[in-house]
Design a protein around this ligand. Structure first.
Ligand code: SAM
Length: 166
């Protein structure tokens, strides 16, 4: 399975998880999108229906800064754009914040949802807080795993309603 990173060089290189994946040769740097494009602004939600795309063409993460990003950085990237359903960041910068995942967390979540749990756990060893993300979201990841888009959207809606009722 191929992992690609488009790097906009906007974040501190020492903390950038996309760059770390490339440095460790776990991902390839690219300027062109391939396969599933992880795009938090997409209208389509990632689901098991996307597994064939992952296997055939891989996945592209767009490493930009959450503090300074725009839809334009994603718009021109060719590929199958997908957002992730609600999940909480486990990284020290955005800990506990919904949807604002690091590049590495977004990759782990994708693999988990596409029923590649062993691969997701392998990637969690790349940083010391990698396991925190899996533990924090275990219930949600298990709920989304192997489900189609409609089922995932339904689960996500129920979770959001539950949070709002609190
Ligand atoms: C905004 S960048 C932040 C990168 C940061 N430099 C790092 O080290 O992780 C994170 C990237 O991960 C993917 N991503 C994160 N959260 C996502 C979500 N909720 N849905 C889809 N993709 C997401 C996107 O490709 C996004 O551009």
């Amino acid at each position: 399975m191929k992992v690609y990173v488009i790097d906009y060089h906007k974040d501190d290189p020492k903390k950038c998880t996309g760059r770390k994946l490339v440095k460790l040769k776990l991902a390839e740097l690219t300027r062109v999108g391939r396969g599933i494009i992880l795009n938090p602004f997409s209208e389509r939600t990632l689901s098991i229906n996307d597994k064939d795309i992952l296997i055939k063409s891989g996945i592209t993460i767009i490493d930009t800064s959450w503090n300074n990003t725009s839809q334009n950085e994603f718009k021109n990237v060719r590929g199958e754009h997908r957002r992730l359903p609600i999940l909480f960041a486990g990284n020290p910068i955005h800990y506990g914040i919904a949807y604002k995942l690091s590049s590495l967390e977004a990759l782990m979540a994708t693999l988990y949802i596409l029923d590649e749990v062993k691969e997701a756990i392998k990637f969690s060893n790349v940083v010391k807080w990698g396991h925190t993300f899996i533990e924090l979201n275990k219930e949600l990841l298990e709920a989304y795993r192997n489900k189609d888009e409609e089922e995932i959207k339904k689960i996500e809606k129920e979770i959001i309603e539950k949070i709002l009722r609190k």
